[in-house]
Each structure stands twice: as structure tokens, then as C-alpha cells.
Design a protein around this ligand. Structure first.
Ligand SMILES: [Cu+2]
Length: 370
């Protein structure tokens, strides 16, 4: 699949190339961090895999993809130190390669990594709160995984961040502990106000111990080149870019706290999402949050666990490299929902509109093709 296909607005289901691995591995030491149990959703993943295997016998996939050759994605903490570093090195490789996009159309895209950020910015208002939210982000994450493998010689697959394990101490977890085997950690402390994570601006995520530039780990020297478009971090220096694709180099800022994660990304939160929302529309809506009720949902809550700039920006969030681990888990959660009960009826279930009402209000059109 060519990367440019993402820009044609197609809704594509990335086949079962996101098969889920469970179980333990040889993760590196992460201080005193103790992961919370994810037994409820891991059991669902096992049930989903067994159910899909049984279904595949009588309904073989017409493509060459099958249960035996499907890629196996793994949880971050189960990767060895060298596997984690291979993954972050591959991302840094994309950050070192030149953009494929037109510098006239997308002046802020300097690197191959930026190309993905540009695609997300471009389509933001038609891929969130819409029928294609899940499938578009599945394709997007798969395309990124392919770029890592095909352009940067990465021989693994896209890892996922099982939020339930880190819900009570994300900053101390192997994902965000700031070590060389993490995705970099919190930002330096900068006094700042609440993060208003809801579109209404009525909410207040209490400020944490970060708010500034990340201070260690693989992405300490990474330059974010585009955005913010809709910044939520209320820290000095975080101001919207002059245009959607303007070149605006700056550091990666985070404000990691457990306030959001301990309320909305516990294992039980994911379990209830998967088992109590039985049609695709209510499932994807619950996942993305019921803002009027003050409920974030695992998708929004995952983004605001890392928070910061651009992690807390609906448009520019892929500019934080942890985006991909988060969306790996979004994809896994959908995969569990699709398969643990009825792959026959749920694999292609779609619901909702193709455009958000926000998009129509914003009046953005098809203003860029490449
Ligand atoms: Cu998105």
C-alpha cells in the first residue's frame, strides 16, 4: 500500500497484520515499577485469538495472510532492551530521512517522520468522531510500521502500550521512565496551569511535574517540526503555529501524570469498554469519550496521560513518538472487541458518519493532494 493512499480518504481495513501477542518476555529493569494486573483484558485477548483461529478454519482469509504468518505485535514491557532500542532507533532513522512531501505544500515537513504527522494534521477533522476512526488509525499505524521496516530496516513490529499496566504510575513505567530503553520520559518541570483536555475547555487536568522539554531517553534531542494546531498544554511558549503545515521547530514537551490514567485507563476500564458496548457505534464512542458526561475514554485518556506538546494536540499528536504505542493498543482493543465474541459479524462492523460536525463548521475542504 502506497503511503499516498492515506490521503485519498479511503477507509481500509488493514488485514489481520496486527495479531496480538500476550504473555511475558524479558523486559529490561525499570526501577521499582510494578505493573498493575491486566488479567481481565489479557484473557479477552486469548479468547479473541482462539475465536479467530476457529473462525479462520471455516472462513479462510482470501489473502495470503493467515494465523500462521500474521505479524505478532507485543506489549512494550515484554520487549528486551535491545528490541526496544531497535524500535526507537528505527523511529530516529525516519526522523533523519528527508520528507517525501512537497515543500511548497507542506513547508514544515522536513523528515520522513514528519510526513506521518502531516497526514494526520491534514485529515484530523474527518478521522476522529467518525465512522472511520478505528479503521483509519489502524491503516495509519500499519503504514508507519511498514515504513519502519521497509525504510529503516526494523525487523520487529509495532509495539503496543497496554495502558492498564501503567495506569497508576505511567511516569515510572518502562514506557515513560526516561531511560535509554523507554520512549523518553516526562518533561522538565515548568510552572503551568490546568490542561483543558475536553473540546469544551470546561475540564481541568491538574498540572503535573512536567510541562517542559523531555530531559532524557531516545527522543531528548528530537525536534518537533509542525504544530501545535490545537495546543492544550498551558505552558509558556506553547502557541499555535501560524498555519497547519508551518515550520515550527521546538522540543518535545510532556506533562505525564496519573490523574487521567488512573481514572480512565485501568484494566477494568478497557474490559468494560470491550464487553459492555456491543455495537460498533457505542464502542467507538465510548472509547473516544463521552465529554458531556466528563468521561474521557481510553483513547482520549491515553493521549492525556502523556499530554504536553504535541501529545495533547488532536491534530499534531503523532508528533509525540509515543503516539504509535498508544494507537497500537487502540488497535488491539478494537481487535479484541472484533474477535472475542463474533469475528463474523464484528470484523467489518461500521457505524457513524464519515465527517464530523466539527469539520463542516471548520469548513476545511480537500485542499491538498499528494
Ligand atoms: Cu488521530
Amino acid at each position: 500500500m502506497r503511503f499516498s493512499h492515506l490521503l485519498e480518504g479511503g477507509i481500509a481495513l488493514a488485514a489481520a497484520h496486527g495479531a496480538t501477542a500476550t504473555g511475558s518476555g524479558s523486559g529490561s529493569g525499570s526501577g521499582s515499577f510494578t505493573p498493575a494486573s491486566t488479567i481481565k483484558t489479557d484473557a479477552l485477548a486469548v479468547a479473541a485469538l482462539a475465536n479467530l483461529a476457529a473462525y479462520s478454519v471455516t472462513n479462510p482469509n482470501p489473502s495470503s495472510c493467515n494465523m500462521l504468518n500474521a505479524a505478532k505485535r507485543r506489549e512494550w514491557s515484554t520487549l528486551s532492551s535491545s528490541q526496544r532500542i531497535a524500535y526507537t532507533n528505527a523511529i530516529k532513522c525516519l526522523m533523519s530521512k528527508p520528507s517525501h512531501l512537497s515543500p511548497t505544500l507542506v513547508p514544515g515537513a522536513k523528515t520522513r517522520y514528519d510526513d506521518f504527522l502531516a497526514v494526520h494534521i491534514n485529515q484530523t477533522l474527518s478521522i476522529h468522531g467518525t465512522a472511520n476512526f478505528l479503521s483509519w488509525h489502524r491503516l495509519f499505524t500499519w503504514a508507519f510500521e511498514q515504513a519502519l521496516r521497509n525504510e529503516c530496516a526494523y525487523d520487529g513490529y509495532q509495539p503496543y502500550w497496554n495502558w492498564g499496566k501503567t495506569a497508576f504510575d505511567p511516569a515510572g513505567s518502562p514506557v515513560f521512565d526516561g531511560s535509554a530503553t523507554s520512549m523518553s520520559g516526562n518533561g522538565a518541570f515548568v510552572p503551568h496551569n490546568c490542561t483543558n483536555g475536553l473540546p469544551t475547555g470546561l475540564n481541568c487536568i491538574p498540572p503535573g511535574n512536567g510541562g517542559g522539554c523531555v530531559t532524557s531517553g531516545p527522543f531528548v534531542d528530537y525536534t518537533v517540526n509542525m504544530g501545535p494546531i490545537a495546543p492544550t498544554l498551558a505552558a509558556p511558549g506553547v502557541v499555535p503555529a501560524s498555519s497547519l503545515f508551518a515550520y515550527n521547530p521546538r522540543c518535545l514537551r510532556r506533562d505525564i501524570t496519573s490523574w487521567v490514567s488512573s481514572n480512565w485507563t485501568k484494566d477494568i476500564d478497557s474490559f468494560e469498554l470491550i464487553t459492555q458496548y456491543n455495537d460498533i457505534l457505542s464502542f467507538q464512542n465510548r472509547m473516544q469519550g463521552d465529554f458531556a458526561a466528563g468521561y474521557y475514554g481510553v483513547h482520549t485518556a491515553g493521549h492525556f496521560t502523556m499530554a504536553g506538546d504535541p501529545g495533547g494536540d488532536l491534530f499534531a499528536s503523532p508528533g509525540d513518538p509515543a503516539f504509535w504505542l498508544h494507537h497500537g493498543q487502540i488497535d488491539r482493543t478494537w481487535w479484541m472487541w472484533q474477535n472475542y465474541l463474533s469475528p463474523k459479524t464484528r470484523t467489518s462492523a461500521l457505524g457513524g458518519r464519515s465527517r464530523s460536525t466539527t469539520r463542516r463548521r471548520a469548513g476545511t475542504g480537500r485542499w491538498m493532494i499528494f
